[in-house]
Write a protein that binds this ligand. Structure first.
Ligand code: GRG
Length: 305
């Protein structure tokens, strides 16, 4: 598609993605930095592609509350480091055992399993190093307390109770089991929606949002995050490896607990569309200033990859 035929939203997403890519390039040690194998592996997965949706959501949520652009870009990019860690680990033989991610061979296929595990660990650690780094923007005390709150927020969204690790555990343990809606909701909420919700919340916290605003952005994040994972399940059924950049049709082969498996394709679309609508309605009190976030929620289920 040429630039002229891109929608304004797609153009905006492309611009933001490039800004995030440049920031990530500044954050991650060069491929030649000693020991080079680990930095090459981190960069391989990070720069293989990726829509950068979590950074963009963090930045847009922060903008809604008048946040500082440079700080939001840095924070959003740190989120992408965490997300890429999750993707590298998810592809490992112990989990999905996948060969393809973001249209490229997976990290462990190129660098071996040991380095891939460490590349994930290193990206996760670099994210917290980045967020906790001393800044020079006054007032220092306020900035530090926001950072601490954001790190707590992210650690919870990655953790075992209602975060990515917990979601991944239940995802693994429910393969081949009888369809069960409560378990499905837990997996989707913990594995995917929790981090998307944390992305918008952390942008809003960095921008100094008041609790009432934070409550609204939290509901938006939860609904958009659930819709995103339902769309992901649907793309696995309806998409091709070529457009997805990852193996298609795998959920069914692995007898995974997914939305289409439990509710069917049509009902899954209906739920995804309803969640996007509700995500948008939640932000109505912000008026037109929240339009971009509403459009992004729509994009999360309209995307082809
Ligand atoms: C320690 C961070 C950490 C995680 C350990 C492996 C694991 C536990 C969790 C896996 C979580 C996971 C892979 C969730 C899937 C979320 C999902 C739908 C990812 C695809 O996101 P996109 O489409 O991908 O935004 P791109 O490539 O565009 O970034």
């Amino acid at each position: 598609m040429t630039t002229a035929t891109l929608s304004p939203l797609q153009r905006h997403l492309d611009e933001q993605r490039l800004r995030v890519d440049e920031e990530l390039d500044r954050l991650v040690p060069s491929a030649e930095t000693y020991p080079p194998s680990i930095h090459k592996a981190m960069r391989h997965s990070l720069f293989a592609g990726g829509k950068r949706l979590r950074p963009i959501l963090c930045i847009e949520a922060g903008r809604l509350f008048g946040g500082d652009e440079a700080g939001l870009l840095r924070l959003g990019s740190a989120l992408e480091l965490i997300h890429t860690c999750a993707l590298i680990h998810d592809d490992l033989p112990a989990f999905e055992n996948d060969d393809l991610r973001r249209g490229q061979p997976t990290c462990h296929r190129v660098f071996g399993e040991a380095i891939a595990i460490l590349a994930g660990d290193a990206l996760l650690t670099l994210a917290f190093e980045t967020i906790s780094a001393p800044g020079d923007a006054p007032p220092r005390g306020l900035e530090e307390s926001r950072k601490l709150r954001i790190m707590h927020e992210l650690a919870h969204a990655i953790g075992t109770r209602a975060g990515m690790v917990g979601g991944q555990v239940v995802d693994l343990e429910s393969m081949g089991k009888k369809p069960d809606n409560a378990t499905l909701e837990y997996i989707h909420s913990a594995k995917t929606a929790a981090f998307i919700r944390a992305a918008v919340r952390s942008g809003a916290i960095q921008a100094g949002a008041a609790e009432a605003g934070l409550d609204l952005i939290t509901i938006y994040g939860e609904k958009a995050g659930m819709a995103f994972q339902i769309a992901d399940d649907l793309l696995d059924v309806l998409g091709s490896e070529e457009t997805l950049g990852k193996t298609a049709g795998k959920d069914d082969r692995q007898k995974k607990l997914t939305y289409p498996a439990v509710h069917g394709v049509d009902e899954s679309w209906r739920v995804a569309r309803r969640l996007v609508r509700e995500a948008g309605l939640t932000l109505e009190p912000f008026g037109r200033r929240a339009q971009r976030l509403c459009d992004i929620a729509g994009y999360m289920i309209a995307r082809k990859s």
